[in-house]
Design a protein around this ligand. Structure first.
Ligand code: NAD
Ligand code: IPM
Ligand code: MN
Length: 362
């Protein structure tokens, strides 16, 4: 097949990790006879430096016209970078929120799988080592606290900041449906995570999810409060199949989930709306502390490119061959610093990309 992919390398380690994923995609293209055409747009701090804003309308237009988008990460050190002296709507992350909203990407899928090869570096090996785990988080991505009205004012000489958390039933229903559909092809369990003991938005969330569940009688629905879920993810991650949750809870729980797989550098993600178009990115950020040092783990981005092939292009076999290549490089003992343990071979970002690309076979 021939397809167009927009690359958004972003800031920090973004360019390093996207370059490795492109290496892998190019290897797939030449082995399987596909043609991937790339174009590149700026987003985040690099776009602020070039155009004064984190995402131009032109960049959104280019991304919209592509078949899929592959993204690295945006942002800098939030304490020291000059980008954070700008008002919030002009900061790097505003570009990410804008592109998700404008492309209608309401379902963010973040799979957490414990690779056999990393069982020993899992910090929770006592509770998970024997059983392993394989769950996926469906995070609502274009509503909630991230997109509600916000303001900072001074009232009677005191500063006051307000963020609002809004959900409509339509926003809840569409992401819930995607989660139930995914559960049908897995272990048929959805755990919906909310804070219904406190929040109205969570009570509506729980009602709407229960209504959607009626259309999927073979899928078992349970509800869990978010604080308990944060604990259960560490105590017994194997209990989860599909976790369905709102935007902010999903952001926090997915970083936690990534760490139980061994490292933040391992967790890919897909952001989908209606149709096949999607935006694919690692769940982690721009890691300014290790940027430009060839230390980043490119696996989350490489696995995101496998999700791109599977979800946007329907190329499951090619996606599997990327996942298999990642496993065999890990099996051979090669590790970037974040997943390194004694007795293994420490390598850099580029070498990890090279080794994975070399292992891809038809
Ligand atoms: P981060 O995810 O960038 O880094 C957290 C820690 O994990 C750091 O120690 C970093 O070195 C390490 N890490 C992250 N990815 C890694 C990888 N691939 N390989 C090895 N180590 C890795 O989170 P942060 O430090 O809180 O945020 C830094 C910047 O990234 C902020 O500006 C934040 O807004 C932005 N951010 C962007 C995205 C995105 O673009 N999707 C996501 C999260 C954070
Ligand atoms: C993520 C990131 C973003 C989010 C930030 C950078 C806006 O943390 O993709 O997980 O909170 O969604
Ligand atoms: Mn996050």
């Amino acid at each position: 097949m021939e397809a167009n992919i927009t690359l958004i390398k972003g800031d920090g380690i973004g360019p390093e990790i996207v370059n490795e994923a492109v290496k892998v995609l190019d290897r797939i293209a030449s082995l399987y006879g596909h043609k991937f055409n790339y174009n590149e747009v700026l987003m985040g701090g690099c776009s602020i430096d070039e155009y004064g804003i984190p995402l131009t309308d032109e960049a959104v237009k280019t991304a919209k016209a592509a078949d899929a988008v592959l993204l690295g990460a945006v942002g800098g050190n939030t304490d020291t970078s000059p980008w954070y002296k700008l008002p919030p709507e002009k900061r790097p992350e505003a570009g990410l929120l804008k592109i998700r909203k404008e492309l209608g990407l309401y379902a963010n899928i973040r799979p957490a799988i414990l690779f056999d090869e990393l069982r020993h570096s899992c910090p929770l090996k006592e509770s998970t080592g024997e059983k392993g785990f394989d769950f996926v988080i469906f995070r609502e991505l274009t509503g909630g606290l991230y997109f509600g009205e916000r303001s900072t004012t001074v009232v009677e000489g005191k500063r006051k900041a307000v963020d609002t958390l809004v959900y409509t039933e339509d926003e809840i229903e569409r992401v819930a449906r995607r989660a139930f559909e995914a559960a049908q092809g897995r272990r048929k369990e959805v755990c919906s995570v909310d804070k219904a003991n406190v929040l109205d938005s969570s009570r509506l969330w729980r009602q709407v999810v229960a209504e959607v569940a009626k259309d999927f009688p073979e899928v078992k629905l349970t509800n869990m409060l978010v604080d308990n879920c944060a604990m259960q993810l560490i105590a017994n991650p194997a209990q989860f199949d599909v976790i369905l949750t709102e935007n902010m809870f999903g952001d926090i729980l997915s970083d936690e989930a990534s760490m139980v797989t061994g490292s933040l550098g391992m967790l890919p993600s897909a952001s989908l709306g209606e149709g096949r178009f999607g935006l694919y990115e690692p769940s982690h950020g721009s890691a300014p502390d290790i940027a430009g040092k060839d230390k980043a783990n490119p696996i989350a981005t490489i696995m995101s490119s496998a999700m791109l092939l599977r979800y946007s292009f329907g190329l499951s076999k090619e996606a599997e061959s990327i996942e298999d290549a990642v496993k065999s490089v890990l099996k051979e003992g090669y590790r970037t610093g974040d997943i390194f343990s004694e007795g293994k071979t420490l390598i850099g970002c580029k070498e990890m990309g090279d080794r994975i690309a070399d292992k891809i076979s038809k």
